[in-house]
Design a protein around this ligand. Structure first.
Ligand code: SF4
Length: 263
Protein backbone atom coordinates (compact mmCIF):
# COMPACT_ATOMS: atom_id res chain seq x y z
CA UNK A 1 0.00 0.00 0.00
CA UNK A 2 2.85 2.39 0.83
CA UNK A 3 4.34 1.61 -2.58
CA UNK A 4 1.08 2.30 -4.38
CA UNK A 5 0.56 5.58 -2.53
CA UNK A 6 4.12 6.74 -3.14
CA UNK A 7 3.78 6.23 -6.89
CA UNK A 8 0.35 7.88 -6.92
CA UNK A 9 -1.37 4.73 -8.21
CA UNK A 10 -4.91 4.95 -9.63
CA UNK A 11 -7.70 4.88 -7.05
CA UNK A 12 -9.08 1.55 -8.28
CA UNK A 13 -5.70 -0.09 -7.77
CA UNK A 14 -5.45 1.30 -4.21
CA UNK A 15 -8.94 0.05 -3.44
CA UNK A 16 -8.10 -3.39 -4.76
CA UNK A 17 -5.02 -3.56 -2.54
CA UNK A 18 -7.04 -2.35 0.46
CA UNK A 19 -9.62 -5.06 -0.17
CA UNK A 20 -6.92 -7.75 -0.31
CA UNK A 21 -5.43 -6.52 2.97
CA UNK A 22 -8.84 -6.42 4.66
CA UNK A 23 -9.64 -9.94 3.61
CA UNK A 24 -6.55 -11.13 5.47
CA UNK A 25 -7.73 -9.44 8.69
CA UNK A 26 -10.26 -10.70 11.17
CA UNK A 27 -13.60 -9.02 10.38
CA UNK A 28 -15.67 -10.42 13.24
CA UNK A 29 -13.36 -11.68 16.01
CA UNK A 30 -14.56 -13.90 18.84
CA UNK A 31 -17.27 -15.53 16.70
CA UNK A 32 -19.43 -12.41 16.81
CA UNK A 33 -21.61 -13.33 13.86
CA UNK A 34 -22.45 -16.74 15.29
CA UNK A 35 -22.19 -16.46 19.05
CA UNK A 36 -23.64 -13.01 19.78
CA UNK A 37 -26.58 -12.59 17.41
CA UNK A 38 -29.81 -13.13 19.34
CA UNK A 39 -32.81 -15.01 18.01
CA UNK A 40 -36.35 -13.81 18.74
CA UNK A 41 -39.49 -15.64 17.64
CA UNK A 42 -37.43 -17.70 15.21
CA UNK A 43 -35.64 -14.73 13.57
CA UNK A 44 -32.00 -13.79 13.93
CA UNK A 45 -31.72 -10.16 15.05
CA UNK A 46 -28.74 -9.30 12.90
CA UNK A 47 -28.55 -5.65 14.02
CA UNK A 48 -28.21 -6.61 17.69
CA UNK A 49 -25.63 -8.44 19.72
CA UNK A 50 -26.44 -9.98 23.06
CA UNK A 51 -22.97 -10.49 24.42
CA UNK A 52 -23.48 -10.57 28.18
CA UNK A 53 -26.77 -11.46 29.89
CA UNK A 54 -27.37 -7.85 31.01
CA UNK A 55 -26.13 -6.09 27.87
CA UNK A 56 -27.48 -5.72 24.34
CA UNK A 57 -25.58 -3.87 21.63
CA UNK A 58 -27.69 -1.97 19.10
CA UNK A 59 -26.20 -1.06 15.70
CA UNK A 60 -28.41 1.67 14.15
CA UNK A 61 -28.18 1.44 10.37
CA UNK A 62 -27.56 5.18 9.91
CA UNK A 63 -24.73 5.10 12.45
CA UNK A 64 -22.61 2.48 10.72
CA UNK A 65 -19.84 4.75 9.59
CA UNK A 66 -17.15 6.46 11.58
CA UNK A 67 -15.20 9.70 11.87
CA UNK A 68 -11.96 7.81 11.50
CA UNK A 69 -10.27 4.51 10.65
CA UNK A 70 -8.31 3.35 13.69
CA UNK A 71 -5.78 0.69 12.74
CA UNK A 72 -6.89 -1.44 15.71
CA UNK A 73 -10.59 -1.19 14.88
CA UNK A 74 -12.53 -4.42 14.88
CA UNK A 75 -15.70 -2.69 13.70
CA UNK A 76 -14.22 -1.79 10.32
CA UNK A 77 -16.50 -4.23 8.43
CA UNK A 78 -19.30 -1.87 9.45
CA UNK A 79 -18.13 0.92 7.19
CA UNK A 80 -15.85 -0.23 4.41
CA UNK A 81 -18.61 -0.87 1.90
CA UNK A 82 -18.28 -4.67 1.82
CA UNK A 83 -22.03 -5.11 1.65
CA UNK A 84 -22.35 -8.55 3.21
CA UNK A 85 -20.40 -7.58 6.32
CA UNK A 86 -22.21 -4.86 8.32
CA UNK A 87 -24.30 -5.61 11.40
CA UNK A 88 -27.15 -3.08 11.35
CA UNK A 89 -30.83 -2.55 12.10
CA UNK A 90 -33.39 0.18 11.69
CA UNK A 91 -36.22 -1.89 13.08
CA UNK A 92 -36.73 -0.04 16.34
CA UNK A 93 -39.95 -1.91 17.13
CA UNK A 94 -38.21 -5.29 16.80
CA UNK A 95 -35.42 -4.10 19.07
CA UNK A 96 -37.95 -3.01 21.70
CA UNK A 97 -39.79 -6.34 21.40
CA UNK A 98 -36.54 -8.21 21.99
CA UNK A 99 -35.67 -6.09 25.03
CA UNK A 100 -39.15 -6.50 26.51
CA UNK A 101 -38.84 -10.26 26.09
CA UNK A 102 -35.50 -10.16 27.92
CA UNK A 103 -35.94 -8.31 31.20
CA UNK A 104 -32.48 -9.48 32.27
CA UNK A 105 -31.10 -6.87 29.85
CA UNK A 106 -30.51 -3.74 31.92
CA UNK A 107 -27.99 -2.05 29.67
CA UNK A 108 -28.35 -0.98 26.04
CA UNK A 109 -25.26 0.05 24.16
CA UNK A 110 -25.79 2.04 20.97
CA UNK A 111 -22.72 1.51 18.83
CA UNK A 112 -21.29 1.37 15.33
CA UNK A 113 -19.35 2.70 13.53
CA UNK A 114 -20.21 5.80 15.48
CA UNK A 115 -23.84 6.52 16.41
CA UNK A 116 -23.03 10.21 16.77
CA UNK A 117 -22.57 10.56 13.02
CA UNK A 118 -26.39 10.44 13.08
CA UNK A 119 -28.40 13.62 13.47
CA UNK A 120 -30.05 14.07 16.85
CA UNK A 121 -33.40 13.53 15.19
CA UNK A 122 -32.38 10.08 13.96
CA UNK A 123 -30.59 9.17 17.19
CA UNK A 124 -33.74 10.12 19.08
CA UNK A 125 -35.68 7.52 17.05
CA UNK A 126 -33.46 4.82 18.54
CA UNK A 127 -33.14 6.20 22.05
CA UNK A 128 -36.63 7.30 22.99
CA UNK A 129 -38.19 3.81 22.71
CA UNK A 130 -35.57 2.58 25.19
CA UNK A 131 -36.98 5.01 27.75
CA UNK A 132 -40.29 3.15 27.60
CA UNK A 133 -38.72 -0.14 28.69
CA UNK A 134 -38.51 -0.15 32.49
CA UNK A 135 -35.92 -2.89 32.67
CA UNK A 136 -33.37 -0.91 30.61
CA UNK A 137 -31.59 1.17 33.26
CA UNK A 138 -28.43 2.17 31.47
CA UNK A 139 -27.86 3.55 27.97
CA UNK A 140 -24.39 3.86 26.54
CA UNK A 141 -23.15 5.38 23.31
CA UNK A 142 -19.83 4.30 21.83
CA UNK A 143 -18.28 7.27 20.01
CA UNK A 144 -15.12 8.80 18.67
CA UNK A 145 -16.82 12.15 18.12
CA UNK A 146 -15.50 13.87 21.26
CA UNK A 147 -12.00 13.54 19.78
CA UNK A 148 -12.69 13.71 16.04
CA UNK A 149 -15.82 15.87 15.75
CA UNK A 150 -16.19 17.73 19.06
CA UNK A 151 -18.38 20.27 17.24
CA UNK A 152 -21.08 17.61 17.58
CA UNK A 153 -21.43 18.86 21.17
CA UNK A 154 -20.67 22.55 20.65
CA UNK A 155 -21.60 24.30 17.40
CA UNK A 156 -23.32 21.74 15.15
CA UNK A 157 -26.82 22.80 14.19
CA UNK A 158 -28.33 20.16 16.48
CA UNK A 159 -25.65 20.15 19.23
CA UNK A 160 -28.05 21.68 21.74
CA UNK A 161 -30.75 19.18 20.77
CA UNK A 162 -28.28 16.38 21.39
CA UNK A 163 -27.60 17.61 24.91
CA UNK A 164 -31.35 17.96 25.49
CA UNK A 165 -31.77 14.35 24.41
CA UNK A 166 -29.08 13.34 26.90
CA UNK A 167 -30.89 15.33 29.61
CA UNK A 168 -34.11 13.54 28.74
CA UNK A 169 -32.41 10.17 29.31
CA UNK A 170 -30.97 11.31 32.64
CA UNK A 171 -34.32 12.80 33.70
CA UNK A 172 -35.91 9.38 33.09
CA UNK A 173 -33.72 8.07 35.92
CA UNK A 174 -31.39 6.10 33.67
CA UNK A 175 -27.65 6.11 33.62
CA UNK A 176 -26.27 7.61 30.43
CA UNK A 177 -22.63 7.13 29.47
CA UNK A 178 -20.54 8.10 26.49
CA UNK A 179 -17.95 5.44 25.78
CA UNK A 180 -15.54 7.98 24.30
CA UNK A 181 -12.54 6.79 22.32
CA UNK A 182 -9.32 8.67 22.91
CA UNK A 183 -6.05 7.17 21.75
CA UNK A 184 -2.98 9.43 21.93
CA UNK A 185 -3.14 12.23 24.53
CA UNK A 186 -2.93 14.80 21.73
CA UNK A 187 -6.57 14.05 21.02
CA UNK A 188 -7.47 15.63 24.36
CA UNK A 189 -5.61 18.87 23.77
CA UNK A 190 -7.59 21.02 21.28
CA UNK A 191 -9.63 23.68 23.10
CA UNK A 192 -12.77 22.61 21.25
CA UNK A 193 -12.38 19.04 22.58
CA UNK A 194 -12.16 20.44 26.10
CA UNK A 195 -15.20 22.61 25.46
CA UNK A 196 -17.12 19.56 24.22
CA UNK A 197 -16.08 17.54 27.26
CA UNK A 198 -17.20 20.31 29.57
CA UNK A 199 -20.64 20.06 27.96
CA UNK A 200 -20.89 16.35 28.75
CA UNK A 201 -18.73 16.29 31.85
CA UNK A 202 -20.94 13.95 33.86
CA UNK A 203 -19.09 11.10 32.12
CA UNK A 204 -17.35 8.68 34.45
CA UNK A 205 -14.02 7.47 32.95
CA UNK A 206 -14.52 3.84 33.84
CA UNK A 207 -13.33 2.04 30.72
CA UNK A 208 -10.03 1.29 29.20
CA UNK A 209 -9.97 -0.91 26.16
CA UNK A 210 -7.48 -3.70 25.79
CA UNK A 211 -6.34 -4.63 22.29
CA UNK A 212 -7.85 -7.66 20.63
CA UNK A 213 -6.45 -9.83 17.88
CA UNK A 214 -7.98 -7.89 15.01
CA UNK A 215 -4.93 -7.37 12.79
CA UNK A 216 -2.78 -4.23 13.04
CA UNK A 217 -3.39 -3.44 16.70
CA UNK A 218 0.22 -3.99 17.85
CA UNK A 219 1.14 -0.29 18.12
CA UNK A 220 -1.39 0.08 20.92
CA UNK A 221 -0.73 -3.12 22.83
CA UNK A 222 0.69 -3.00 26.35
CA UNK A 223 1.14 -5.91 28.76
CA UNK A 224 -2.03 -6.51 30.74
CA UNK A 225 -0.27 -5.64 34.01
CA UNK A 226 0.69 -2.22 32.59
CA UNK A 227 -2.88 -1.69 31.34
CA UNK A 228 -4.21 -2.55 34.77
CA UNK A 229 -1.83 -0.08 36.41
CA UNK A 230 -2.91 2.70 33.99
CA UNK A 231 -6.55 1.99 34.85
CA UNK A 232 -5.78 1.95 38.55
CA UNK A 233 -3.97 5.30 38.32
CA UNK A 234 -6.91 6.80 36.39
CA UNK A 235 -9.48 5.43 38.85
CA UNK A 236 -7.95 7.21 41.82
CA UNK A 237 -8.88 10.51 40.19
CA UNK A 238 -12.55 9.56 40.10
CA UNK A 239 -14.71 10.27 43.12
CA UNK A 240 -16.07 7.27 44.98
CA UNK A 241 -14.77 3.80 45.71
CA UNK A 242 -13.32 1.90 42.74
CA UNK A 243 -11.57 -1.29 41.88
CA UNK A 244 -10.15 -2.40 38.55
CA UNK A 245 -11.58 -5.55 37.02
CA UNK A 246 -10.67 -7.24 33.77
CA UNK A 247 -13.32 -8.31 31.27
CA UNK A 248 -13.13 -9.51 27.67
CA UNK A 249 -11.51 -6.68 25.78
CA UNK A 250 -11.61 -4.09 28.57
CA UNK A 251 -10.41 -3.05 31.97
CA UNK A 252 -12.71 -0.90 33.94
CA UNK A 253 -13.14 0.91 37.20
CA UNK A 254 -16.10 -0.43 39.11
CA UNK A 255 -18.37 1.92 40.96
CA UNK A 256 -21.84 0.64 41.66
CA UNK A 257 -23.43 -2.37 39.89
CA UNK A 258 -21.37 -4.06 37.15
CA UNK A 259 -22.05 -3.25 33.51
CA UNK A 260 -20.40 -5.33 30.79
CA UNK A 261 -18.08 -3.65 28.31
CA UNK A 262 -19.01 -2.80 24.75
CA UNK A 263 -17.28 -4.30 21.68
S1 SF4 B 1 -13.48 5.08 16.50
FE1 SF4 B 1 -14.10 2.97 17.01
S2 SF4 B 1 -15.44 2.35 15.33
FE2 SF4 B 1 -14.33 4.18 14.62
S3 SF4 B 1 -12.55 3.38 13.51
FE3 SF4 B 1 -11.90 3.74 15.61
S4 SF4 B 1 -12.21 1.80 16.73
FE4 SF4 B 1 -13.36 1.72 14.79
Amino acid sequence: MADLLSKDAPRAEIQRAAHEIRMKLNPHPSGQLDANVPVHEGHRKTGLQHTYPETVLIFPRQGQTCHTYCTYCFRWPQFVGESDLPIATEDVAATSAYLRAHPEVTSALITGGDPLVMSTQVLRRYMEPLLEIDTVRSIRIGTKSLAFWPYRFTTDRDADDLLRLFEQVVASGRHLALMAHFTPPQELRPPVVRAAMRRVRDMVPYYQFVERDTGPQGFFGVPLARGSQISRDACVHVAGKHEVVGLAGALRCVRGPPVAPHH
